[in-house]
Design a binder for this molecule. Structure first.
Ligand code: CP
Ligand code: NVA
Length: 312
């Protein structure tokens, strides 16, 4: 396996191996072999980022390498050079590439033309690095995945898609709750359902958030307006999504020891109230920290050719 563009690129064994490696790196962060020594990792960010950008920088440094961060204005891409030529050239300099952009297809094209590992650091459709950190956080706090029920409430796009894929592989029962017009991509949902069946799990969608969170062990939400969404939709989304706000009443319907998760950045008062995200059930700080450990594991395993990958 060369690239990590979506969670379904991994086999279940790959996924478990990455989580185990992440825990080991977390326990001894500077004990890993410096597989990136004297190498650079090309990091292209076409959207803002706090966690992904800085956690990748730390992960690369912990493996002995250097991160080269660039945005669209600094590359000839912005003046019309093709994605393919860019990927071909970068492959001659860097040991791996980390890319955050809008269209998922652009990362697919880059990966196809590149001879180095390519990691999706968020597109409009997937956020697979977030899902790795989320799984590690769930495993740490719940002791495993089997039999867990996770409710995702809010707008159904990149973070929800990657979470659904991660849950489908690990046997977590997921209920996604969004307004119909903000429902997750039906292709992602049906592919996930097929994989979930094999893991004896279920992926469901409902428009009713109170139904979704009933007896849930984990309640997850994300911003209502994503970076690729038209800003003029903000007011309309705020009106539509009010019933999906994670507040104390919604948390009350979940299991008594339910935890709250959010990929961050958060908008307190929109998708979640301060009492929940800043309360004792919130795992957001651990999720954010685990980004660094899982990314260190991912880079290490991809560069070392340790992952088998799934034929899709
Ligand atoms: N969760 C996440 O990806 O955060 P950033 O946008 O800050 O990288
Ligand atoms: N759905 C959000 C996730 C941010 C990490 C966005 O795409 O803006």
């Amino acid at each position: 396996m060369k690239d990590y563009l979506q969670v379904f690129d991994l086999t279940l064994d790959d996924l478990v191996h990455l989580l185990d490696l992440s825990s080991a790196f977390r326990a001894a962060p500077h004990g890993a072999p410096d597989v990136l020594r004297d190498e650079i990792v090309f990091c292209y960010f076409d959207k803002p980022s706090t966690r992904t950008r800085v956690s990748f920088h730390a992960a690369i440094a912990r493996l002995g390498g250097e991160a080269e961060f660039v945005g669209p204005a600094e590359l000839q891409l912005g003046r019309g050079e093709t994605v393919e030529d860019t990927a071909m050239v970068i492959s001659r300099y860097a040991r791996a590439a980390v890319i955050r952009t809008f269209r998922h297809d652009d990362v697919v094209r880059f990966a196809r033309a590149a001879t180095i590992p390519v990691i999706n650091a968020l597109t409009d459709t997937h956020h697979p690095c977030q899902a790795l950190a989320d799984l590690l956080t769930v495993r740490d706090h719940k002791g495993g995945f089997a039999g867990l029920r996770l409710a995702y409430v809010g707008a159904g796009n990149n973070v929800a898609h990657s979470l659904v894929q991660a849950a489908a592989m690990t046997g977590i029962h997921v209920v996604v709750s969004t307004p119909p017009q903000l429902a997750p991509d039906p292709t992602v949902m049906s592919e996930a359902s097929a994989i979930a069946e094999a893991a004896r799990s279920v992926i469901e969608w409902t428009a009713d958030p109170t139904e979704a969170v009933k007896a849930a062990d984990v309640i997850y939400t994300d911003v209502w307006l994503s970076m690729g969404d038209p800003p003029e939709q903000a007011a309309e989304r705020r009106r539509t999504l009010v019933p999906y706000r994670v507040d104390e009443q919604l948390m009350e319907l979940a299991a008594p020891d339910a935890v709250f998760m959010h990929c961050l950045p958060a908008h307190r008062g929109d998708e979640v109230v301060p009492a929940v995200i800043d309360g004792p059930r919130s795992l957001v700080a651990d999720q954010a920290e685990n980004r660094m450990h899982t990314e260190q594991a991912l880079l290490y395993a991809l560069v070392g050719g340790e992952l088998r990958g799934r034929d899709r």
